[in-house]
Design a protein around this ligand. Structure first.
Ligand SMILES: Cc1ncc(C[n+]2csc(CCOP(=O)(O)OP(=O)(O)O)c2C)c(N)n1
Ligand SMILES: [Mg+2]
Length: 376
């Protein structure tokens, strides 16, 4: 039970074992699942571990930069590394990602330079990367809207006639538990379903939508909603990078093969605040965070590597050192980002000039010039 459980309602946070796809226990023990065989070499597991550690370090560096006034805001991925790296490493070259504002780990897998993410949160660019180059769309703040973009783009792929061929791609839409209450998400499920569009709906159920608990979004486990729309839904341990990789890989393959959408509910936890402007101590119990700490996504991979003698102390030291280098470089690059001039805010608003905006632009330029006059 949690502080927010409603008397008599099923507790949507409790997960029966048979409902949850898990390939690596919190203790680092490998378990098999009949539907999701996964064969990873020691090198591949070490690579996943490296990804997890580096993205956590990038995230911590960004939080620190925000605290120091260098970023306006940051949405931390702490606790959700496995959901993002597992699903991100399942992606293929032709797939297209539609993220929210928290998918820094997926961005890492798509080779988006972390400094480009920071530019957005520092307010010095309008997005920061080329979606076509990375197969990774711009961050979306309007909750749930990107699921419609993903469904529409998937319908476009379908119309290209490439499904079932080597050129086939799928789309993947990331969204949160709170987003599932949005009309846009419902509409995207309907379109994807009836058109059998190649889209994977990847819901990171991190148990909270700012201060709203999961119980205020649903009375049934989220993945079961898919059944009502007519496509498969699966709940995966979102803190298990192996399971997230295997489940997302299969969902993407099915989509590329023309078998339509899948809803993946990655059952995880937002260990930090919603964003750096939020204070979770106001609405949730420390005990809940402590319980989830025991399910840490990185520790279990480390335990697996150590148990199986697949990595030595030198490997772990080297990964830590590399993560520190990435974070140090990021910090330097952030401080060196050029500030755009105040007039730059008018750029890229419209493709062509617009009379009302031109007027506002001229008025603002005159206002700025008035300071020069005072000074001279
Ligand atoms: C359409 C819309 N409504 C409200 C908001 C304000 N808002 C920002 S984040 C958020 C909660 C989202 O929760 P969830 O979908 O669970 O994602 P999480 O932040 O937990 O990853 C809300 C309500 C918004 N950005 N867009
Ligand atoms: Mg959430």
């Amino acid at each position: 039970m949690t502080i927010n459980s409603v008397r008599g309602a099923p507790d949507t946070r409790e997960t029966a074992d048979h409902e949850l796809v898990q390939l690596l226990t919190p203790e680092g023990e490998r378990v098999e699942h009949p539907d999701y065989p996964l064969d990873l070499s020691a090198e591949q597991v070490r690579a996943l571990y490296r990804d997890l550690v580096i993205v956590r370090k990038i995230d911590l560096a960004a939080v620190a930069l925000t605290r120091q006034g260098e970023l306006g805001l940051w949405a931390s991925l702490l606790g959700q590394e496995a959901a993002q790296i597992g699903s991100g490493r399942a992606l293929g070259d032709h797939d297209m990602v539609f993220p929210t504002y928290r998918e820094h780990g997926v961005a890492w897998c798509r080779d988006v330079p972390p400094i480009n993410l920071l530019g957005l949160f520092r307010g010095v660019n309008h997005g920061g990367w080329d979606p076509a180059e990375h197969g990774f769309h711009l961050y979306t703040i309007v909750i749930g809207s990107q699921t419609l973009h993903a469904a529409g783009y998937a319908m476009g792929i379908q119309r290209d006639g490439v499904l079932g061929t080597e050129k086939a791609g799928a789309t993947i839409a990331y969204f949160g538990d709170g987003a599932t209450s949005q009309g846009d998400v419902n509409e995207s499920f309907v379109f994807a379903s009836v058109f059998n569009a190649p889209v994977v709906f990847f819901c990171q159920n991190n148990q909270w939508a700012i201060s709203e608990p999961l119980e205020k979004q649903t009375k049934i486990p989220l993945y079961r909603r898919a059944q009502g729309y007519g496509f498969p839904g699966v709940r995966v341990d979102g803190n298990d990078v192996f399971a997230c990789l295997a489940v997302t890989r299969k969902a993407l393959e099915n989509a590329r093969d023309g078998q339509g959408p899948t809803l993946v509910e990655a059952f995880t936890y937002r260990m930090g605040a919603h964003t750096t402007t939020d204070d979770p101590t106001r609405y949730r119990l420390k005990a809940e965070e402590e319980a989830w700490k025991l399910k840490d996504p990185i520790e279990r991979v480390k335990a697996y590597l150590v148990r199986g003698d697949l990595a030595d102390a030198a490997f772990f030291d080297e990964v830590d050192a590399e993560a520190k280098r990435v974070a140090d470089d990021l910090r330097k690059a952030c401080l060196a980002l050029p500030d755009p001039g105040p007039m730059a805010m008018f750029d890229n608003v419209y493709a062509e000039s617009h009379p009302l905006m031109t007027e506002e632009q001229e008025r603002f330029a005159a206002y700025l010039a008035s300071f020069e006059e005072v000074r001279s």
